[in-house]
Design a protein around this ligand. Structure first.
Ligand SMILES: Nc1ncnc2c1ncn2[C@@H]1O[C@H](COP(=O)(O)OP(=O)(O)O)[C@@H](O)[C@H]1O
Ligand SMILES: O=C(O)C1=C[C@@H](OP(=O)(O)O)[C@@H](O)[C@H](O)C1
Ligand SMILES: [Mg+2]
Length: 255
C-alpha cells in the first residue's frame, strides 16, 4: 500500500471516529444535565477507572494497550471539559451577617473569573436608599421582596455569577427556591465570636440592638442555612482558604 492509499484509509477511519465521538458527546451532554440538576461532581475517579477497564478489555493487540489507555484518558479529559462548558450555574453565598459572604464572594469571583453581585449593594442601587433606610421606612417584608426581585433579575439576565446574599435572604421561601433552582447554594459558616471581632455593628441595622441579638439570630437561622444550602464551608482562617473550600465543593469545576 502506498502513502496516498494509506492516508485515504486513515481519512475514512477518522470519519468513523468523529461520527462516533459526536454520538459520545451527545450522551455526555445528557450526563452533564443530570449532574447539573443533581449537583453531582463532574470528575468521578471511580467511574473513570471503570470506563478505562471496560475500554481496555476490547484491545486485541496487547502491544497497543498503553496507546489505547492514553487515547481513552484523553477522551475522558475532553468529556470533562465539555461537561464543564455545559454546566454553568450561579453560586449563591448564604450565611450570617458578617460571615464573609461579600468578602469571600468577591475573592471567589475573581479566582473563577466570574462576575460578582452583592444583593445588598444592588438593592441600594435600585432604591437609591441605604439598606438601613429601606428596612426602617419600607419594612422588612418589602426588603425581602426587593431581595427576590434583584436575584430574579440576576438569574434571568446575567451570565453565571457569584452572588453574595444578605443574612436574611434565606427567610423567603420563594427566594430560596429561585436560588436552588438556578444555582449552587453555599453556606459560609463563621463562628459568632469571630464575626463580632470584625463587624462594624453600626452599619448592620439588624445587629445594632445587642450582642445577645446576634447569638439569638444565629441559633434561629443556623438550621435554615443548613437546610437551604447544597454545601456548607467554614470561613475559619484566611479568605483564600474559604475560597479554596468553595472551589473544592463546586460540582462544575474540573479538577
Ligand atoms: N476569613 C476572614 N479573615 C479576616 N476577616 C474576615 C474574614 N472573613 C470575613 N472577614 C471580615 O469580616 C467582615 C464581615 O465580612 P462581610 O464579607 O462583609 O460579611 P457578610 O457579607 O457575610 O455580612 C469584613 O470586615 C471582612 O473583611
Ligand atoms: O441578616 C439580615 O437580615 C440582614 C443582613 C444584611 O446583610 P449581611 O448579611 O451582608 O450583613 C442586610 O441584608 C440587611 O441588613 C439584613
Ligand atoms: Mg454582605
Amino acid at each position: 500500500m502506498n502513502l496516498e492509499e494509506t492516508r485515504k484509509q486513515i481519512d475514512e477511519l477518522d470519519q468513523v471516529l468523529v461520527e462516533t465521538f459526536e454520538k459520545r458527546l451527545a450522551a455526555v451532554l445528557n450526563i452533564a444535565k443530570i449532574k447539573e440538576a443533581e449537583n453531582i461532581k463532574i470528575y468521578d475517579p471511580e467511574r473513570e477507572t471503570k470506563v478505562l477497564e471496560k475500554g481496555l478489555a476490547y484491545v486485541n493487540d496487547p502491544s497497543l494497550r498503553d496507546y489505547v489507555k492514553h487515547f481513552l484518558n484523553d477522551v475522558m479529559a475532553v468529556s470533562r471539559s465539555y461537561q464543564k462548558d455545559h454546566i454553568q450555574q450561579h453560586i449563591f453565598l448564604v450565611g450570617m451577617p458578617g460571615a464573609g459572604k461579600t468578602t469571600v464572594g468577591k475573592a471567589l469571583a475573581q479566582r473563577q473569573d466570574m462576575d460578582f453581585y452583592d444583593v445588598d449593594a444592588l438593592i441600594q442601587e435600585k432604591t437609591g436608599k441605604s439598606i438601613q433606610n429601606v428596612i426602617i421606612y419600607e419594612g422588612e417584608e418589602a426588603f425581602r421582596e426587593l431581595e427576590y426581585e434583584v436575584i430574579s433579575d440576576i438569574v434571568t439576565n446575567k451570565k453565571p455569577s457569584v452572588v453574595a446574599t444578605g443574612g436574611g435572604t434565606v427567610l423567603s421561601e420563594k427566594t430560596v427556591k429561585l436560588m436552588r433552582d438556578s444555582g449552587f447554594v453555599v453556606f459560609i459558616h463563621r463562628d459568632v465570636t469571630r464575626i463580632l471581632d470584625d463587624l462594624d455593628m453600626e452599619i448592620r441595622p439588624l445587629l445594632k440592638e445587642s450582642i445577645e441579638y446576634i447569638f439569638r439570630l444565629y441559633e434561629e437561622r443556623y438550621p435554615l442555612y443548613e437546610k437551604v444550602c447544597h454545601v456548607k464551608i467554614q470561613n475559619a482562617s484566611s479568605i483564600g482558604d474559604a475560597v479554596n473550600e468553595i472551589i473544592d465543593a463546586l460540582p462544575n469545576v474540573e479538577r
